[in-house]
Design a protein around this ligand. Structure first.
Ligand code: 3UK
Length: 520
């Protein structure tokens, strides 16, 4: 398989492996985190992790209890994430761009007793507080109000010594929620060893990350992708991570690269395309520190890969990862890139493409992508039926359609469900359709993926209007705004087209493929 040793001891607390080990190996004074104008050493991180673990204990958190992290990327994220794991609890990094009703579900489903939240995100939580059946404490990074606790005060009073909880390599370590086309998000329960497997197989073996690297991920820490890129890959080897709390817009991204000089840059296709569109209007772009760019979340169009290479003389390594598998499992590698393809299985993972009977398909024949590897989550919390559809004796059904070419490269074709991933973030067409139906003008609708000029997929809505409403540009804009206000804004349809009627089967089912054909 490789020279990487995937044998981990039975007794394992992953916070010790990822934080304390750096001190034991003499990196206490090395910078772990760049954040704005701060440079925070591993010794400082370790002390704050211990303090936070003690704070959680004092607040009544116990082993196996969940704690939700609703934070912009910041050092406090690392202190809370590893502090919780070190005292045996289970942190849940959570998407910061959801709506209050989404948080009601996530907090009640997980039964998190504590939430640590950035001040800017507090209104969404305060609005729903009376509906939260299990939440006991709201800890605020920033200014705390009545009924809330201040992170800064709590941590300043806490001891910086903490003995790690006596966990096994198979204890739960963290959860990440993943959304599906129907129903509620599913909490993927990840174990203590999962981050080590992902960091060793992809971070070390493919990216060859070392302590000399500086990582910068525009995918935030609450995504499985960002969590590896910007936290546990660098911490696994004692490298330095750049944490950046802002929304990843091209000018800020270029500025951050210039300021902190990362060697590994992690983006998503939409961001690469957006950066290319703006680069010539931004002064002093300096990408010379970067040795590799990584892309994941959605397929990287060949045109974006090639334009980027021409512009910066930098290769983008596209790879497919998932929340359930923790990180990237099929990837293009330094010196082995097929533009447009996802690459080959990362050594340590197995991948196969199967037909509906479960038999492996022939070369170039499309089927369902199945993956086996040791970073796959144990199960979805409280989702027995979903578990039966997803996990099979070590294998996971990714839900993706793929084929493999004669050279062994894997090519992404689409999803088995109708899920879309604009900007690498899940959008359920059904949720968008339900929201559109709430608008008084909408009689019927269907949402599909259509591609923009960079060949990147975005949601597009087809609408049939109620009597009394006439199609117009203004109405389309008003409906887009309506959706943005109701559900997480990145889900809104980028295009709206009005039809007299939707294509349907004899039994009245909407023919989505006919709508997709309209776009070809
Ligand atoms: C799709 C891709 C084509 C695919 C992720 C890197 O995206 C991540 O996790 P999610 O759970 O989504 C997983 C799904 O997204 N996908 C991701 N990458 C690619 N499709 N080409 C790609 N390169 O449908 C997959 O099943 O949000 C990415 C690392 C960790 C991750 N969690």
């Amino acid at each position: 398989m490789s020279d990487i040793n995937l044998q981990y001891p039975d007794k394992l607390n992953v916070a010790v492996e990822l934080v304390d080990k750096n001190l034991q190996e003499g990196r206490g004074q090395k910078v772990a985190i760049y954040y704005q104008d701060q440079a925070i050493t591993y010794a400082e991180v370790a002390r704050n992790v211990n303090r936070m673990g003690n704070v959680f204990k004092q607040l009544g958190l116990e082993i196996e209890n969940r704690v939700m992290l609703l934070l912009y990327d910041c050092p406090e994220f690392a202190y809370c994430f590893f502090g919780a794991i070190k005292m045996g609890a289970v942190p849940i990094p959570t998407n910061t761009i959801l709506k209050p009703k989404d948080y009601v579900y996530l907090l009640n489903d997980s039964r998190a007793k504590i939430i640590v939240v950035s001040e800017g995100l507090l209104p969404a939580i305060e609005e729903i507080r009376s509906e939260l059946r299990y939440l006991k404490h709201v800890v605020v990074v920033g200014e705390a109000g009545p009924g809330q606790l201040s992170f800064a005060e709590l941590i300043s009073d806490a001891s910086d010594e903490l003995e790690a909880a006596d966990t096994s390599k198979d204890d739960a370590a963290f959860w990440l929620y993943s959304s599906g086309s129907t129903g509620f998000p599913k909490g993927a329960v990840h174990l203590q060893h999962d981050m080590l497997v992902a960091a060793d197989l992809y971070g070390q073996n493919v990216l060859k990350i070392t302590e000399d690297d500086i990582t910068f991920s525009i995918a935030k820490l609450f995504f499985a992708y960002g969590l590896g890129n910007a936290l546990y890959f660098p911490f696994r080897v004692g490298a330095t991570t750049v944490l950046w709390p802002e929304q990843p817009k091209p000018p800020g991204i270029f500025q951050t690269v210039k300021k902190h000089k990362p060697t590994l840059f992690f983006g998503v296709p939409t961001a690469y395309a957006g950066m290319l569109q703006l680069v010539d209007s931004i002064p002093d772009v300096d990408m010379s520190s970067i040795r590799y760019c990584v892309s994941a979340g959605e397929a990287l169009p060949r045109i974006v890969y090639e334009t980027w290479l021409k512009k910066f003389n930098l290769h983008i390594l596209d790879g497919i990862g998932s929340t359930e598998i923790a990180h990237i499992f099929i990837a293009n590698r330094p010196g082995d890139i097929k533009p447009g393809a996802s690459g080959k299985p990362v050594p340590g993972y197995e991948a196969k493409i199967v037909d509906p009977e479960g038999d492996e398909t022939e070369v170039d024949e499309i089927g369902s992508l199945m993956v086996r590897g040791d970073s796959i989550c144990a199960y979805y919390w409280n989702k027995h039926e979903k578990n039966k559809e997803t996990f099979f004796g070590g294998w996971i059904n990714t839900g993706d359609k793929y084929y493999k070419d004669a050279d062994g490269y894997f090519w992404y074709v689409g999803r088995n469900d109708d899920m879309l991933k604009p900007g690498g973030i899940w959008v359920s067409p059904i949720e968008v359709e339900y929201t559109l139906m709430e608008h008084p003008a909408v009689f019927e609708c269907a949402v599909i993926g259509a591609v923009d000029s960079d060949n990147l997929e975005k949601p597009k809505a087809y609408l049939v209007l109620n009597p009394g409403f006439t199609p117009s540009e203004e109405l389309a804009e008003e409906i887009k705004k309506f959706v943005k206000n109701k559900i997480a804004p990145y889900k809104f349809p980028r295009w709206i087209e009005f039809l007299e009627e939707l294509p349907k089967t004899a039994s009245g089912k909407i023919l989505r493929y006919r709508l997709r054909q309209l776009n070809q």
